[in-house]
Design a protein around this ligand. Structure first.
Ligand SMILES: Cc1cc2nc3c(=O)[nH]c(=O)nc-3n(C[C@H](O)[C@H](O)[C@H](O)COP(=O)(O)OP(=O)(O)OC[C@H]3O[C@@H](n4cnc5c(N)ncnc54)[C@H](O)[C@@H]3O)c2cc1C
Length: 468
């Protein structure tokens, strides 16, 4: 019987183990799967903390239903009936600029009316589909900032692209790679010669497909509807872990992966226990995988160490609804760096999922830190709370003291796909060819969203099955 050891029990490791077991059973493969997780509780960055009637998401608050991966996994796992879609409010997203919140326009007329972008900025954006815009520089791994300035102009970069990058990656557009972070955008530019042209042509195609009765992705919100569970998103890793049973071994911190005597690999844990493995799937963050693999393959470890991470602090505030003097009809807002505030933005969690706060209360979730503000990770809780309160006063006019406060710190929270990430992945693929049976998965490589992690888990499971 082939032994497969998976290291790391976040969504990536759990989904890999589950898919591997199911696919292996279907293919009649004889396999022995073990998942080793350092913490006492699997789930990694996913955790829904219930306290005083509030449900605080420590990390992600859901996934988008516009991609099939996580939905398909929920269906196969038998938990689809427990899914909880965010309400329609979540379609309205805001940007704080010039002292006020501006709703992100959802069409050309709304864009023209919006005061988020100035008239010179709008005129610059209007050039986007014209031949005046330079083509992508050949053979250059362009930063998101360079792409934004070239294609859309400096104002759109500051007020649209940079906040989006901080909302998804907590990243700095001056260092992040367009093609690694948003490969689809790079592809659309190459394929259609511009983003506005691509949007128009794709919208026409969607209409045609709908008319022909083909299934098209959900139109709600940017990229679909935010989807979770009534209990919070932790329901998903909990359900995977429950289904996997004894396969998951929490409290097992791996210290090294080395060559084995009877099997290709030997996995050693901090408590001295060992596991022989024909296949090892690393589903931990890249920096942790680098440490575990240092003795086995210095080249692989060296490349993994080069993937930087940004830290994040998540701050939950609960209020009585009456303490908030404005509408909370929406997803929340992001704050461009140029506004000089401390927070990256605030999500109106109880507007998206009403059961996240007790009756008559609201839950706001603010983000701090990221690649642009690495120093914020070392602030004290009191300083963090004071800064969030100051920002909420400036952005939403909330001066009341929150009745509920929680601060969650994530050191090394989110991998940064900086310029050179694509070359690093290529070098990793070459080095891995010399280590048959060693597989890397997780959010460090080809996407950080839960859908990306599940897609990567499926690739890892297929690769493992092909190897045994
Ligand atoms: C604050 C925040 C908000 C986010 N919001 C969203 C969102 O709304 N939607 C979305 O789609 N994505 C979101 N993301 C991204 C998403 O949550 C992550 O990309 C995803 O959860 C990562 O899963 P993973 O399994 O790859 O990694 P992780 O969750 O980091 O799991 C890795 C696991 O490896 C374990 N490990 C590490 N070292 C060892 C070792 N030596 N031995 C054994 N185990 C080890 C860790 O303990 C951990 O459990 C967010 C991320 C953060 C931080």
């Amino acid at each position: 019987m082939k032994k497969i050891v998976i290291i790391g029990g976040g969504i990536s490791g759990l989904a890999t183990a589950w898919l591997l077991r199911e696919k292996g059973r279907a293919a009649g493969k004889d396999q022995n799967i073990t998942l080793l997780e350092k913490e006492e509780r699997p789930g990694g960055k996913i955790r829904s903390i219930k306290s005083d009637g509030y449900t605080c998401e420590w990390g992600p608050n859901g996934f988008l239903d516009s991609k099939p991966q996580t939905l398909d996994l929920c269906r196969a796992l038998g938990v689809e009936q427990n899914l909880h879609r965010s309400n329609d409010n979540a379609r309205k997203r805001f940007i704080f600029s010039g002292g006020e919140l501006h709703q992100l326009p959802d069409g050309a007329a709304a864009f023209l009316r919006s005061r988020l972008i100035s008239w010179p900025g709008k005129l610059r954006l209007a050039l986007e589909p014209t031949p005046f815009i330079a083509s992508p520089p050949a053979g250059v791994d362009e930063t998101l900032a360079a792409f934004g300035r070239r294609r859309l102009g400096g104002e759109a970069l500051d007020k649209l692209i940079a906040p989006m990058v901080s909302g998804i990656f907590a990243g700095d557009p001056e260092t992040m790679s367009l093609v690694s972070c948003f490969p689809r955008i790079a592809e659309l530019e190459r394929e259609y010669g511009g983003l506005i042209r691509a949007m128009i042509l794709l919208a026409k195609k969607k209409k045609r497909d709908q008319a022909e009765g083909k299934i098209v992705s959900s139109a709600a919100g940017p990229g679909g509807t935010l989807t979770s569970f009534r209990e919070g998103i932790q329901y998903l890793p909990d359900a995977l872990a429950a289904s996997l049973g004894d396969i998951v071994r929490p409290g097992s911190a791996v210290t090294s992966v080395s060559k084995g005597a009877d099997t290709p690999y030997l996995v050693t844990c901090r408590d001295g226990s060992e596991a022989a493995a024909d296949v090892v799937i690393m589903a931990s963050p890249a920096f942790a995988a680098a440490e575990m693999l240092a003795g086995l393959d210095g080249r692989i470890a060296g490349i993994l160490q080069q993937i930087p991470y940004a830290s994040m602090t998540v701050v939950c505030f609960g209020y009585s609804r009456g303490q908030i003097g404005r509408s909370l009809d929406g997803f929340g807002y992001l704050i461009p760096k140029k506004e000089g505030l401390s927070t990256l933005g605030t999500l109106w969690d109880s507007s998206m999922f009403e059961n996240r706060a007790p009756e008559g209360k609201v839950l706001l979730r603010s983000m701090m830190g990221g690649a642009c503000f690495p120093e914020y990770v070392s602030l004290s809780d009191d300083e963090i709370v004071a800064r969030v309160r100051k920002d909420l006063s400036l952005t939403m006019g909330i001066d009341a003291e929150p009745e509920f406060i929680r601060v969650f710190r994530h050191p090394q929270a989110i991998p940064q796909y900086t310029v050179g990430h694509g070359s690093r992945l290529q070098a990793l693929a070459e080095a891995l060819r010399l280590q048959p049976g060693l597989i890397l998965t997780g959010n460090s490589y080809r996407g950080i969203g839960l859908n990306d992690c599940v897609a990567a888990a499926e690739r890892a499971a297929d690769e493992a099955l092909a190897q045994i």
